[in-house]
Write a protein that binds this ligand. Structure first.
Ligand code: C2E
Ligand code: CA
Ligand code: CA
Ligand code: CA
Length: 275
C-alpha cells in the first residue's frame, strides 16, 4: 500500500511538472506569437433580433500556431492572464480590431459597433484607460462605437471599478457585462456602475425551447435592464426558435451560430458586402 501511495505521488508530481512545462512553453510561444503575427482576430456579428440586421461585431482572438494549428482562446487566455502576456495581447487585439472595423465601416458607409473582451488583469492596470484612449486616437476609431465587455466577476472583485468605468465613460466608450447571470455578484453591480448593456449568457439559452428553465431568468433580466435603461444582447443563439422566444421576451439583440460563427476579417467583409 505504501509503494502504491508513493507511485501515486510520483504520478501526480510528474503530471504537474508536465503541465507546468506545457504552460511555460505556451507562455513563451505566446510572446513570440504576438511578435510573429500568429494571432488573428475573428469577428462574430451581432444582430438586431427584429430584422436580422448586423449592427456590430465581437472581436475574438485566435492563435494560429505554426505546429499545433488553430488554438482556441480557452486554452491560452488563462495562461496569458496568469503570465501577464494578456496586457500586450489585449492591446494588440484592440488595435487590430479598431483598424479592421473602421476600414470595413468606411467601405460600407455605415459605422459598425465593435465589442472587445477585457480581462480582469488588463482592467486593473494603471495605464489601461490611457492605453484605450491612445489606441482610439491612433486608429481614428470613434469611441461611441466601441464597447468593452467585462465580466461580472471582474467588476465585483475590483474596488476601483467605479472610477475606471467612469474614466472609460468619459472617453465615450460603452460598457457591457459579459456572461451575465453566471457569476455570484449581486444586482447592486447594475445599480452602482455605469453599465450600458447586459450580455445574457449562453447557458440560459442553450436548452430552449425543450427545457424552458432559462425563460424566467431571461424575463427577470429583461425587466431589470429595462427599468435601468440598459440594453440587452443574448449570446449563443443557435436556432430560429430560440431567437423568436428571446425576441418575444423583449431581447433586442443577439449573437450566435444561427447568424454566424466568428469569422476572419476577409469573411466578415464578404458577409457584409455581398448583399
Ligand atoms: P466569450 O466572451 O463569452 O465569447 C463567446 C464564446 O462563445 C466565443 O468562444 C464564441 O465563439 C462562442 N460562441 C458564439 N456563438 C456561439 C453559439 O451559438 N454556440 C456556442 N456553443 N458557442 C458560441 P471563443 O471565441 O472560443 O472564446 C472563448 C472565450 O475566450 C471568450 O468567451 C472570452 O472570454 C475569451 N476571449 C476571446 N477573445 C478574447 C480577447 O481578445 N481577450 C480576452 N481577454 N478574452 C478573450
Ligand atoms: Ca465576450
Ligand atoms: Ca460571453
Ligand atoms: Ca462565455
Amino acid at each position: 500500500a505504501k509503494a502504491a501511495g508513493r507511485n501515486r505521488y510520483q504520478f501526480y508530481s510528474q503530471g504537474m511538472a508536465e503541465r507546468s512545462n506545457e504552460r511555460l512553453s505556451m507562455e513563451q510561444g505566446l510572446r513570440r506569437a504576438i511578435e510573429e503575427e500568429q494571432l488573428l482576430v475573428y469577428y462574430q456579428p451581432q444582430v438586431d433580433l427584429a430584422d436580422g440586421r448586423i449592427f456590430g461585431v465581437e472581436a475574438l482572438v485566435r492563435w494560429n500556431h505554426p505546429e499545433l494549428g488553430m488554438i482556441p482562446p480557452v486554452r491560452f487566455i488563462p495562461i496569458a492572464e496568469e503570465s501577464g502576456v494578456i496586457d500586450s495581447l489585449g492591446r494588440w487585439v484592440l488595435e487590430r480590431a479598431c483598424r479592421d472595423i473602421l476600414g470595413l465601416s468606411e467601405s460600407l458607409g455605415q459605422q459598425l459597433g465593435l465589442a472587445v473582451n477585457v480581462s480582469a488583469r488588463e482592467f486593473t492596470r494603471e495605464d489601461f484607460v490611457v492605453t484605450v484612449r491612445d489606441t482610439l486616437a491612433r486608429t481614428g476609431f470613434p469611441p461611441a462605437c466601441l464597447e468593452l465587455e467585462i465580466t461580472e466577476s471582474t467588476l465585483q472583485v475590483i474596488e476601483q471599478s467605479v472610477e475606471i468605468l467612469g474614466a472609460l465613460k468619459a472617453i465615450g466608450i460603452s460598457i457591457s457585462i459579459d456572461d451575465f447571470g453566471t457569476g455570484y455578484s449581486s444586482l447592486s453591480v447594475l445599480r452602482d456602475l455605469p453599465i450600458d448593456r447586459i450580455k445574457i449568457d449562453r447557458s440560459f439559452v442553450q436548452y430552449l425551447p425543450e427545457k424552458p428553465d432559462g425563460i424566467a431568468i431571461v424575463e427577470a433580466i429583461v425587466a431589470i435592464a429595462t427599468s435601468m435603461h440598459m440594453e440587452i444582447i443574448v449570446e449563443g443563439i443557435e436556432r430560429p426558435e430560440q431567437a423568436a422566444i428571446l425576441f418575444r421576451l423583449g431581447c433586442g439583440a443577439g449573437q450566435g451560430y444561427l447568424f454566424s460563427r466568428p469569422v476572419p476579417h476577409a469573411a466578415l467583409v464578404h458577409l457584409l458586402t455581398q448583399g
